[in-house]
Design a protein around this ligand. Sequence first.
Ligand code: PHE
Length: 465
Amino acid sequence: MTKPSATGQPTHSGKQRSSFSGKMGYVLAVAGSAVGLGNIWRFPYLAAKYGGGIFLLIYLLLMLTFGYALIISETALGRMTKKSPVGAFHSFGKSLPFHFGGWVNAVIPMLIVPYYCVIGGWVAKYLFEYVKGSAAVLAEDSYFSNFISSGASAEFWLIVFSLAVFLVIIAGVKQGVERVSKIMMPVLVILAIFVSLYSVTRPGAMEGVKYLLVPNLDNFSWMTVVTAMGQMFYSLSIAMGILYTYGSYLKKEVDIEKSTSQVELFDTAIAILAGLMIIPAVFAFSGGSPDTLQAGPSLMFITIPKVFAHMEMGDGFGILFFLLVLFAALTSAISLMETGVSTFEDQFGWSRKKCSLLMAAIILVLGSASALGFSSLDFISLLGMSILDFFDFLTNSIMMPLAALATCFLITRVAGLDAIAKEVEQSSAFRRKKLYYFFMKYLAPVFLGIILISSIANAFGWISM
Ligand code: PHE
């Protein structure tokens, strides 16, 4: 987690709470955390799997309502208490529900980062192969499945990626990485626009564009809502303690509402661009086969190499694309790991090194389980899911709704909606205040409760969605 100093430069001391230099610094930091594999890898495969246009529509509606209300809530609570989630909850009470609320928020990034590093490793492997000149091989149908089922290779790349994250955290060169990523991000956006233009103009691709952009009610299922909700949390870094911490570094004069809208706009634009790169390609190169649309986590790794294989200078684009994705993944993984490290530091008072080693151990153990879940551990099926899918499901569909519920209760029952409004109004008028109150009071708790119960019921096979 970024711990910016008064000049806006991150420090790692964490002793004195510092602040972002201004609105721009804050928006960039939050956007940097938000844009990652969630946008480029996760959004397209979920949109492909759960109904295309109808998924996108529900995603947008949820983002503009729940997402908006929750980002404001977490940021305002962070700024008000000047604490990360565990401390923020504790500053309102010390009984069990407060412990639970803080810790459920804090534990989520610790469970996400291991499997995030597995996917990061896949990206690193693809980059390596492109550099080696194996573009044609990567575009073969069974390449990806062969790769992930060869346990040793997947494990090796997990270690490579996690080591990079670990070294950045230990060496404290995060600042340098962030600076580089400020250049890489715009390049990524330009490349994404370019590749998506190429993708949507292939023969047959229009079907894919339609599939992604035009809602079709026939494709609707309750799972569409559940996964869209989980994806919204994931992509915007909501309900995992991150925004509390960022909020705690935020100066009083920064307009929380406006920055929230900007972050949402940027994050969603990148997700849609990624969708436009990948989904039309499924139609152009695989005839829109339902199998490919349902491919899940492997979708990006299957279709993108096919796009580049058809492109002039595709090898060069392959290198550039995976390099940029690798960077986006690295910066997000660093901020996820850093969140875990700073929670340990704050709560246990251990040294930074010890906390980093503990996080590294967690990543190695849980990450290896996820990586090997497609090979030597493939006999393990948790509620019918592979280990990686299970962690993704557990955090996104169960723990994040719980964490968001905890935040809702903290606000409506303890801190009071007015206190949040007052915090927001320190910098500007609270333009959507009525809407905010309505969501937090009525819609959010009911809706989150329904989501939570239905995803548990679905996982245990009590209902089928
Ligand atoms: N939002 C990031 C993504 O879309 C994931 C992430 C969550 C990164 C929390 C950092 C912190 O990939």
